[in-house]
Design a protein around this ligand. Structure first.
Ligand code: SF4
Length: 304
């Protein structure tokens, strides 16, 4: 049983001791040259009825984004082929839904089949799922389902009010119950405290299934979103987060996600040293800018 107190002790260790502990665990469980590239495709953009205060795609925010219905299958084929040529191993399909309807699931099933045809891992993030929806996606060949808890249970109501923390856990439980792998992480910089960060990690630890991947995002402040004037947080906290998650989830893929373009290559190297072993690759992450693809390829080539 891992308590919040235990997690807090790990999180608050002197930084060098924390990184060293995380590094030992990382090296025991993953090859040192293993940094996975994952590509995220926004297959349906904007018009989401949830009120996540950080998100440009929420109808409650006034962000100037271009709305897009589900993409034609040919565009998915193109995106998958291009990503594969750069060494991407996993494609994540992102759609701004509260929950996908049956025609959306049918179309997304076609996307999944394209990904599988190319021999890549498939992941999707489509909002809440009941057991039947999870089963349909699993039958279509979906390997992973992403549903983030975002932050601590205590801070969560400050960020989202249209869907509860427990609703999120229900979806994760449905995904795990049909045998799909769980991808679940959160966002730093929403205005949460250090205690919230510890509590977030504790909540990850208590999920119905150990996540196979944990994306760690940093808030990207977008025009029109309600949460776009929080105080910038100390990047040391990001190192502490990654290292603590690595220690507690030795076999889980830890992915540097949104906000990575605020980090220098040297800062990213420190995060890889602390236990991160995956990035989102591609010039765009849903509606926000990501690191330039060639620059990432150069960084990876230098690191491994
Ligand atoms: S984060 Fe996801 S669920 Fe929340 S508003 Fe944006 S698209 Fe909708």
């Amino acid at each position: 049983m891992v308590t919040k107190e235990t997690i807090s002790e790990i999180y608050n260790k002197p930084l060098l001791a924390l990184i060293t502990d995380a590094r030992v665990i990382h090296q025991t469980n993953f090859p040192v040259d293993d940094i996975e590239l994952c590509h995220l495709v926004s297959v349906k953009t904007g018009g989401c009825p949830e009120d996540c205060k950080y998100c440009s795609q929420s109808i409650y925010n006034k962000s100037p984004i271009k709305l897009n219905p589900l993409l034609p299958v040919s565009e998915i084929e193109e995106a998958v082929t291009k990503a594969k040529s750069h060494g991407v191993k996993r494609i994540c399909l992102g759609a701004a839904y509260r929950t996908p309807n049956s025609s959306a699931i049918d179309k997304i099933s076609q996307y999944i089949q394209i990904i599988k045809k190319h021999g890549l891992e498939s992941c999707a993030t489509l909002g809440s799922l009941n057991m039947e929806q999870a089963e349909q996606l699993k039958s279509a060949g979906l390997d992973y389902y992403n549903h983030n808890i975002d932050t601590s249970p205590e801070f969560y109501p400050e960020v989202i009010t249209t869907r509860t923390f427990n609703d999120r856990i229900d979806t994760i439980s449905n995904v795990a119950n049909v045998g799909m792998k769980v991808c679940c992480g959160g966002i730093m910089g929403l205005g949460e405290s250090r205690d919230d960060r510890v509590s977030f990690i504790h909540a990850l630890y208590q999920l119905p299934a150990i996540p196979d991947s944990i994306p760690i995002n940093m808030l990207v402040k977008v025009d029109g979103a309600k949460l776009n004037n929080t105080t910038p947080f100390d990047k040391n906290e990001l190192v502490r987060m990654i290292a603590t998650v690595r220690i507690l989830f030795p076999k889980t893929r830890i992915r540097l996600s949104a906000g990575r373009n605020e980090l220098s290559k040297l800062e990213q190297s420190l995060l890889f040293l602390s236990g991160a072993n995956s990035i989102f690759f591609g010039d765009k992450l849903l509606t926000v800018e990501n690191n330039e693809a060639n620059s990432d390829l150069e960084m990876i080539k230098n690191l491994v």
